[in-house]
Design a protein around this ligand. Sequence first.
Ligand code: ACO
Length: 332
Amino acid sequence: MNKIRAAITGIEAFLPDYVLTNDELSRMVDTSNEWIMQRVGIKERRILKGEGLATSDMGAEATKKLLSKMGVKPEEIDLVLVATVTPDMAFPSTACIIAEKSGIKNFWGFDVSAACSGFLFTLQTAAHFIESGKYKKVLLVAADKMSSITDYTDRSTCILFGDAAVAMLLEPTTDEVGVMDYILQADGSGKDSLYLKAGGSLKPASHATVDAKEHFMYQDGKTVFKIAVSKMADVSVAMMEKNHINADDLAWFVPHQANLRIIDAVGRRMGIPKEKVMINIERYGNTTAATIPLCLWELEKSLKKDDKLILSTFGGGYTWGSIYLKWAYNSK
Ligand code: ACO
């Protein structure tokens, strides 16, 4: 019998309506469209506005669209995994809340915290569950409301991030498609370069932590930039070599969208022509867990069964890695 693999069989996204442009940011902090386009490559990002709206609301909207598009009933979902660093609250998990808002009842599930590597770490986790043979329909949601931890007076971070959610269905297949291989890695020595200082058990919320703006994400951009380029390039090249894939074989390289200069540098190291590198950072910015699936959602119509994709990421932790995926279906 052929090996059971995990195939992505459907994908849907939710993007908030509000568009935060570089011009608007230039009125909020000392920056310019020219600087942002040149140094990062972002034109605009989406922001979830509205009292009481959280990561789970975006995730539930994407989930409901996905279930309706796929003709899958909520009760058919047996596992819900959510990649996020902006959970609605420390507990219960956003997986529980998204399930509740989407009518999913007979399930278990949990959140995965791996910053910008959240999607790849969660995809591989889902793949292991499916490969066990026990799980038939796994819902994976990658969602972040980065605006909830962004300091809009700090020009070095507020230009980078946006909000979005993507939901995908994973099902078992015995065809030679789906999640084919993975290299995922982490190095906790990166903990001081990219993190949220307060709000956890180390520094519970207090007047002092609020006054010191410690509930906003902190990033040592220069350090992270250098490591991101080298780790993402190394792991992407290693994945291609391990699976004997060359630039001609590859349909798409789908990198995490943190900075256009990082994407360009990694693509060059891999020897991939620009037209095979998926880029949408200019329209959405860095949506953390959601960037890679947002790319897949935008590519869906053009992807064909058996297309070979390399997905690669780098994020807080540090965490990084690559997944080799063979697309499982032709879009209708
Ligand atoms: N507008 C104008 N000037 C700015 C801005 C801005 N928005 N931001 C910073 N500057 C200034 C700085 O103050 C500095 O000025 P100075 O020389 O007078 O001190 C100058 O520009 C250069 O600053 P750098 O920080 O060196 O700028 P850099 O070119 O490194 O770009 C950036 C900063 C975009 C953050 C870049 O370092 C980067 O992309 N880092 C990696 C991001 C990443 O990959 N993160 C990982 C994933 S995120 C996650 O896991 C949640």
